[in-house]
Ligand binder design. Structure first.
Ligand SMILES: Nc1ncnc2c1ncn2[C@@H]1O[C@H](COP(=O)(O)OP(=O)(O)OP(=O)(O)O)[C@@H](O)[C@H]1O
Length: 379
């Protein structure tokens, strides 16, 4: 287990236009911590990981693992991958097809010249950890996708590296296997306590696995926080959108109240400081609720006139697409005690509403407007 420190990491790629894949990124990782880099395609996750691994030489920066400096461009230090003591588990399992599982898991031990007998013990240990002890003499082609990924995991851990890097290791698995391997990985980390950096663009994976999440945007870290805080209190509108608050309603102040883009009035006030004349409300689909058009929102609720575009039966609720002014939003209408919602149909007018403390409010620069903490965090 090692303390990892990344300072001012920058990587540019030539081209038209040139790309700054990683932009002056700094990050400290505690020993045994599981850090997830989360962000959309192209935000620099993989490049950051490749720089950590030594597979890519950055333009600027410094990286240390424990008390070892593995990269310091000013001092002309740039250790090759096999000298960094880092384990890697990548998306394409990248198992050698001509090697048995035993030789695949043992590969990083051979490159580190671990003596044969010790290597045998460590291979068997690693295989046991991921439940692959019975597969040691098979070839990769004789394994299922989930088994191959578990072998890749064993290979990443076999050399007891200071740091384990994961680049979307679950994304090639089908949904059921993905959940299974994810749970195993979570348990394995709890047991072994290795330090990890895990790259994904899947928010539920990030929330489930990370001790802390680094949400990336254009080569930089936009927010670094616990999963709970990223989920409940996204610091910027970008993070909110990425973490499931997909509904966006732009509102403008009008006298004592607020209006939507087409000028229709909003029922209820918002917890937004007076200095802001405009605000973007961010909400999860579960938190935008519907009532018949003639009904007002409940006290403390904020109501808006909406029109139904589509309604799908979801068991105990309806999943409904509505438009409010020119925005298309996803809402949920509970069916328990509200059978009218089963008949929701395209073109129907309804009242959409949300409780003030389930929404977050962002200014024109995409920054949270007030220190208003949502209900789940306050409790
Ligand atoms: N070898 C390369 N040559 C030129 N540009 C590159 C190269 N590798 C990455 N880039 C660019 O750098 C940026 C960051 O890429 P990177 O692969 O790190 O993103 P990512 O967040 O991992 O995306 P994904 O989730 O799609 O893998 C992108 O704009 C990409 O086009």
């Amino acid at each position: 287990m090692s303390h990892v420190r990344i300072d001012g990491l920058t990587k540019r790629f030539a081209g038209k236009p040139p790309a700054v894949a990683v932009d002056n990124l700094s990050l400290e990782i505690e020993p045994g911590e599981f850090i997830v880099l989360l962000g959309p395609s192209g935000c620099g996750k993989t490049t950051t990981l490749r720089c950590l691994a030594g597979l890519e030489t950055p333009d600027e920066g410094r990286i240390s693992l424990g008390d070892r400096t593995v990269l310091d461009l000013r001092e002309k230090v740039d250790l090759p991958p096999n000298k960094r003591n880092i384990g890697m588990v990548f998306q394409s399992y990248a198992l050698w097809p001509h090697m048995t599982v035993r030789r695949n898991i043992g590969y990083p031990l051979r490159t580190r010249r671990v003596p044969r007998e010790e290597a045998r013990v460590r291979i068997e240990e690693a295989a046991l950890l991921v439940d692959c002890a019975a597969l040691l003499d098979r070839y990769p082609a004789q394994l299922s996708g989930g088994q191959q990924q578990r072998v890749a995991l064993a290979r990443g851990l076999a050399a007891r590296p200071d740091l384990v890097l994961f680049d979307e290791p679950l994304s090639n698995l089908d949904a059921r296997l993905r959940d299974q391997v994810r749970a195993q990985l979570h348990e394995l980390h709890a047991r072994l306590g290795f330090t990890a950096v895990f790259v994904t663009h899947d928010q539920s994976e990030a929330l489930a696995l990370g001790d802390r999440l680094a949400i990336m945007k254009a080569g930089r870290i936009e927010q670094l926080d616990t999963p709970e805080r990223v989920f409940e209190e996204p610091a910027t509108e970008y993070v909110a959108g990425f973490i499931g608050m997909s509904n966006r309603i732009a509102l403008r102040r009008a006298g004592e109240g607020w209006t939507v883009a087409d000028g229709a009035a909003v029922t209820g006030d918002l917890p937004v400081p007076r200095a802001h004349a405009e605000v973007a409300v961010r909400l999860r689909p579960d938190d935008l609720l519907l009532r018949p058009a003639e009904e007002e929102p409940p006290a403390q609720g904020v109501g808006l006139a909406a029109e139904v575009v589509d309604a799908q039966f979801g068991g105990r609720h309806m999943d409904v697409v509505v438009t409010i002014a020119d925005s298309r939003l996803h809402a949920r209408a509970p069916l328990t005690g509200a059978p009218w919602a089963r008949k929701l149909a395209r073109g129907q007018r309804v009242t959409a509403w949300f409780a003030k403390d389930t929404a977050l409010y962002y200014d024109a620069d995409g920054v949270r407007t007030a220190a208003h903490a949502p209900a789940a965090v306050r409790a």
